[in-house]
Ligand binder design. Structure first.
Ligand code: SF4
Length: 231
């Protein structure tokens, strides 16, 4: 259990221990979006805002077949594009982003998704979170993705009190080995989706409970907590 007076070294050790335990608990943690290229992951990640990865995966086979490259995306008929992505929500804004994304890739990056954070964040609809997802999963460049799960979990775990995603990213990056950043992000997201829920976490069935200062904010009874855990 973390103490209020926890030293920096103890915090680093605790964070790395949590990462190792989560790696054992979620050996199949990965990016849950389906993609075959950096461009496809870029598009899928833009679509994933405010919806589930499952829903995005239902739409992308048709989308990628219809628009197989940045040139096709840049020249897409807006109404047709909107119709294909409609079920992901906010489809007008997302279609606008995808059209702009296609154009920007054609005009500035020879139709390829760039492999640098500073380039990725200049693309329409692409923020730092999306850029880190693409870097980590399509290019193998370690990146920490601070989505709603990661932000909530690292604060509950007492790794940082920061709310700002960029500050969270830097704070977590100082605790855990760089090579672990991408997988740590997946493990935290898996844990947030399956056990450490936003409303009522299943603390009694949590593998990192002994290293979590927030243990007890959710269900602590082992049996009831185990029944809450999602497969
Ligand atoms: S002990 Fe509870 S709050 Fe802490 S990580 Fe586990 S489920 Fe989340």
């Amino acid at each position: 259990m973390a103490a209020a007076t926890e030293s920096r070294l103890a915090l680093v050790r605790r964070a790395r221990r949590v990462n190792r335990v989560l790696a054992q608990r979620y050996p199949d943690a990965r990016c849950e979006l389906h993609f075959r290229s950096p461009l496809e992951l870029l598009v899928a990640t833009v679509l994933s805002a405010q919806t589930t990865d499952v829903r995005v995966n239902q739409v992308t086979p048709v989308l990628f077949a219809r628009y197989p490259d940045a040139w096709a995306l840049a020249g897409a008929d807006r109404a047709e594009l909107e119709e294909i992505i409609r079920s992901t929500g906010f489809f007008r804004a997302k279609a606008e982003s995808l059209l702009g994304l296609g154009r920007a890739l054609v005009e500035r990056f020879d139709g390829e998704a760039p492999a640098r954070l500073e380039d990725l964040v200049t693309l329409p609809g692409v923020g730092r979170k999306t850029a880190n997802v693409v870097l980590g999963n399509a290019f193998g460049v370690p990146g920490i993705t601070v989505d709603t799960h990661v932000g909530r979990l690292v604060r509950r775990l007492g790794w940082t009190a920061e709310e700002d995603p960029v500050k969270v990213e830097h704070a977590v990056g100082e605790l855990v080995e760089r090579a672990e950043w991408t997988m740590l992000s997946h493990r935290l997201i898996f844990h947030g989706r399956r056990t450490c829920f936003a409303r009522r976490p299943a603390c009694g069935a949590c593998p990192v409970a002994r290293d979590c200062p927030s243990f007890g904010i959710g269900e602590v009874d082992p049996q009831r907590a185990a029944a809450m855990v999602k497969p």
